[in-house]
Write a protein that binds this ligand. Structure first.
Ligand code: V0V
Ligand code: CO
Length: 150
């Protein structure tokens, strides 16, 4: 069951400058930053609020590490802006298989590593009324990447 918005993914040219905008303008601090070579992104997670199920909601800032990557291609075509929305669930495998059974293209056979030790998959934007949609299960509480934040 999808229980919350986990994050809004925002594509940017300069991660540090964009994170500074979010800090100076809204007071949102970077909780965590990492590079995901498989996805071709440097990313920063800004924790906005906690949620009823113990997870949290973030803004995820994404800077491409190479032009030939989903975010690199998207930025070249569209410029900076909202790139994807991610819904949180305790069961990314089960929920994404149930969504696949409804005829929506799920991009991965098995969830792949996401930020903060989460597990993620994506739904094709052309099957979701133009929205690239991510399904994410946060790392369990008590592990270094737990979704509840600190
Ligand atoms: C592409 N399209 C989009 C889109 N990206 N529409 C809405 N939102 C987006 N973000 C449209 C595009 O305009 C084209 O439409 C069509 O889809 C095919 O796009 P393309 O230019 O050929 O782009 P590709 O080759 O990049 O393929 C698109 C997909 C790709 C969605 C398959 O971006 C992908 O695999 N995305 C999933 C992985 C990802 O996005 N990773 C970065 C975030 P027209 O022009 O034909 O009408 S990583 C992340 O979030 C992490 C690690 C996390 O922890 O959360
Ligand atoms: Co994401």
């Amino acid at each position: 069951m999808l229980t919350r918005i986990d994050h809004i993914g925002i594509a940017c040219h300069d991660l540090d400058a964009t994170a500074e905008f979010y800090r100076a303008t809204y007071g949102f601090e970077v909780l965590h930053a990492e590079t995901n070579e498989e996805q071709g992104v440097r990313e920063a997670m800004l924790r906005i609020n906690g949620t009823d199920d113990g997870g949290a909601t973030y803004v995820q800032l994404l800077e491409p590490t190479r032009a030939d990557s989903p975010v690199g291609r998207w930025l070249a075509k569209n410029g900076e802006g909202v790139h994807h929305i991610a819904f949180g669930t305790a069961d990314v495998e089960g929920d994404s298989e149930a969504i696949r059974a409804k005829g929506v293209r799920v991009l991965y056979d098995r969830p792949r590593p996401g930020t903060m030790d989460s597990r993620i998959t994506f739904l094709h934007p052309k099957d979701c009324h133009g929205v690239l949609t991510e399904i994410v299960t946060a790392a369990p509480p008590g592990t270094p990447g737990e979704g509840s934040g600190h």
